[in-house]
Design a protein around this ligand. Structure first.
Ligand code: 2U9
Length: 336
């Protein structure tokens, strides 16, 4: 009888795998577990088994009964969740669940808007590494090792010669290494300086820098390009002024102010009563920079400019605190 029980279990196993619907499974259940089923038939004959063997056979029969019942239950559950059944409960006429759409970050939108203006003026866009070697970040840009900008306290360093870039200028150096003039390129991207965070400073901020190199490029070209940029980005009436300044990588150098976008130049708290707001630095590429990338400074001249993205974006959108850009508060970000 133990053998009969074993072969019953085996037969059930084989049939279970092929029971592909709830109806087929029910048929199988009746055939094996029903009142007149195969198992019941064997159990009926239990009384005829010798008293010595009876407990063993009874125990085995019970085990098989329990196993069959569990297997039928599990198979029924699997069939209920199967795709063929699920399809029948799907109603394609019900309205869908609308996914929550994200949007561009306001800084990314500003970058795209600015880059678009320069692209229309014929500039290409270039990107480069944020982890930079100090040669591309400092030496090639005529920033000597004893310049305050090159002080290890003024950058995040990885080792003696590897830092997080403090400006996007190393990318223009890489462009000049790879490509002969004429060059017209703008470079947007993240930059890093160990500044204490406040309403107008952050250890990470974005810059956009530009470079044009060709024969006969002059300061007049620089002024025209920046004038057009400012009128496009802020408003067509925006006036600019250039003040002499010093940068190691440009000579001569200047800072560019725009007439205050709040008071149009008459003086207000936003511009500290000056009527002007400083927005960027610029100048003619220093011959030493050309020399370090193997461009002949006797043949070519060039202009360069650079500015932080956050400040013009704050002016344009009347944002008073730079930290808002980076706190990831959706209530703020969803407004742009
Ligand atoms: C090369 C040659 C020259 C890029 C320039 C500035 C002036 C400048 C600062 C403004 C505020 C950076 O965000 S900020 O701190 N930048 O004033 N940047 S000229 O000059 C270059 C760049 C690359 C090869």
């Amino acid at each position: 009888m133990l053998e009969e029980l074993d072969s019953l279990e085996k037969a059930f196993r084989e049939r279970l795998g092929t029971a592909g619907s709830a109806a087929a499974l029910e048929q199988l259940r009746v055939e094996f577990l029903g009142r007149k089923g195969k198992l019941a038939e064997i159990m009926k004959r239990l009384a005829g088994v010798s008293p010595a063997e009876r407990p063993g056979v009874g125990k085995r029969a019970n085990e098989i009964k329990q196993w069959l019942e569990t297997a039928v239950r599990e198979r029924a559950a699997a069939l209920a969740g199967a795709p063929s059944e699920a399809r029948s409960t799907f109603d394609p006429t019900l309205p869908g669940v609308r996914p929550r759409l994200g949007r561009r970050h306001v800084i990314q939108s500003a970058i795209e808007e600015m880059v678009d203006i320069f692209q229309r003026l014929g500039f290409d866009v270039a990107y480069g590494p944020e982890v930079e070697d100090s040669w591309h970040n400092f030496e090639a840009l005529n920033i000597p090792a004893d310049h305050p900008a090159a002080d290890p306290n003024n950058s995040f360093f990885i080792d003696d010669t590897t830092i997080l870039r403090t400006q996007t200028s190393p990318v223009q150096v890489r462009v000049m290494e790879k490509q002969p003039p004429p060059i017209r390129v703008v470079v947007p991207g993240r930059t890093y300086r160990p500044d204490t965070v406040d309403a107008s400073h952050s250890f990470m901020f974005h810059q956009l820098e530009g470079l044009m190199v060709d024969e006969g490029v002059t300061f007049a070209h620089l002024k025209a390009v920046l004038q057009i940029f400012v009128r496009e980005y802020f408003s067509p009436e925006t006036r600019i002024r250039l003040r002499p300044h010093f940068f190691p990588f440009t000579e001569p150098s200047a800072e560019l102010d725009i007439a205050c976008s709040i008071c149009s130049g008459s003086g207000c708290p936003a511009c500290g009563q000056k009527g002007w707001m400083e927005v960027m630095g610029c100048g003619m590429v220093d011959p030493n920079v050309f020399q370090s990338v193997g461009i002949d400074p006797e043949k070519y001249t060039g202009f360069a400019f650079g500015f932080g993205i956050e400040r013009p974006a704050m002016l344009k959108h009347a944002i008073h605190d730079l930290r808002l850009f980076f706190e990831n508060d959706v209530r703020f970000l969803a407004q742009f």
